[in-house]
Design a protein around this ligand. Structure first.
Ligand code: AKG
Length: 292
């Protein structure tokens, strides 16, 4: 695949929907991996205990305090990346079996780290986060598998900010038919989806409680409606090892991946070292001032 092909407006939007490796998973169940593959998401309920979830909240707030210069409170908004790379305790979470082994089962043993985000509060203009696929558009769709691990740190229900998804929309036929959603959600876009409000689109709401861990494929069309303050969450991001030239081209264009790995690599631990050391040398090498 030539780079110019990636820019062609005539190239059809094809998602890489190859099935995951067929080896038996070592941490998740075969059913969980099959669900992730077919529907694009899987949820581990109560993966973290209440005590562990509370300690993640404390650590999140301590990192946020570093950004704000004071403990986060009403009216504050933090949405930062990289995030967990700044905290030894949160980095330990990346290396924890419940994240690390699960992610390896989903994306393969040679999975790569692609960064993290932390959120405390939200800009009220984003109380409703309309339908989109991350990155969306042609360039992202020819990237290798992407995975977000979401830790939502308060109870979220359908109309109070739970992540909504259209199951299976990471796969090309459904994904392609939903591409107009990306345009409808852009600034100035219609915000109408098959003629309806985003909140009315038939979808599955992943309702969660603190301690639940959501694994989802970034290509899924997703949205959030009715966020409630403070809405604290952590996002861990992974990408599968590029398997072909087009995947390599996309990875090269993402300088943030290299800096997130460099930051994470400062933390000790065999798993974190293994995760960061396998980043291919070409990753994130294209100048940010020369975007696709
Ligand atoms: O859950 C959220 O706050 C938004 C998730 C989302 O839209 C995203 O990560 O792209």
């Amino acid at each position: 695949m030539l780079e110019s092909d990636l820019r062609s407006p005539f190239r059809s939007a094809v998602c890489d929907t190859a099935r995951m490796e067929t080896r038996a998973p070592r941490f998740l169940t075969a059913d969980e991996v099959a669900q992730f593959d077919a529907l694009g998401f899987v949820v581990r309920r109560g993966a973290l205990s209440a005590v562990e979830a509370a300690s993640v909240v404390r650590e999140l707030e301590s990192v946020c305090a570093g950004f704000l210069g004071h403990a986060p409170g009403g009216g504050d908004v933090v949405w930062e990346s990289p995030f967990v790379e700044r905290s030894p305790a949160l980095t330990d979470l990346v290396a924890d079996d419940r994240i690390y082994l699960a992610v390896r089962d989903l994306l393969g043993d040679d999975v790569l780290w692609s960064g993290s985000e932390g959120m405390w509060g939200f800009d009220d203009r984003l109380a409703d986060h309309d339908w989109h696929a991350d990155g969306g558009w042609i360039r992202e769709q020819v990237a290798s598998y992407r995975l977000k691990v979401m830790l939502y740190l308060e109870p979220l229900r359908r109309d109070t900010g739970a992540l909504r998804i259209i199951p299976g929309s990471h796969r090309s036929l459904l994904h392609e038919s939903l591409l107009p959603f990306n345009d409808a959600s852009l600034p100035g876009g219609s915000r109408r989806y098959f003629g309806q409000r985003g909140a009315d689109v038939p979808a599955y709401a992943i309702e969660t409680d603190p301690g639940d861990v959501v694994f989802f494929n970034n290509w899924l069309f997703h949205s959030v409606y009715g966020k409630v303050h403070p809405r604290r969450s952590i996002i861990l991001k992974f990408v599968s090892m590029p398997r072909n030239d087009r995947h390599r081209v996309v990875l090269r264009r993402e300088p943030k991946i290299r800096s997130a790995n460099q930051l994470l690599a400062r933390r000790a631990g065999a798993r974190i070292r293994a995760l960061t050391e396998r980043l291919p040398s070409f990753a994130g090498t294209e100048s940010a001032s020369n975007p696709a």
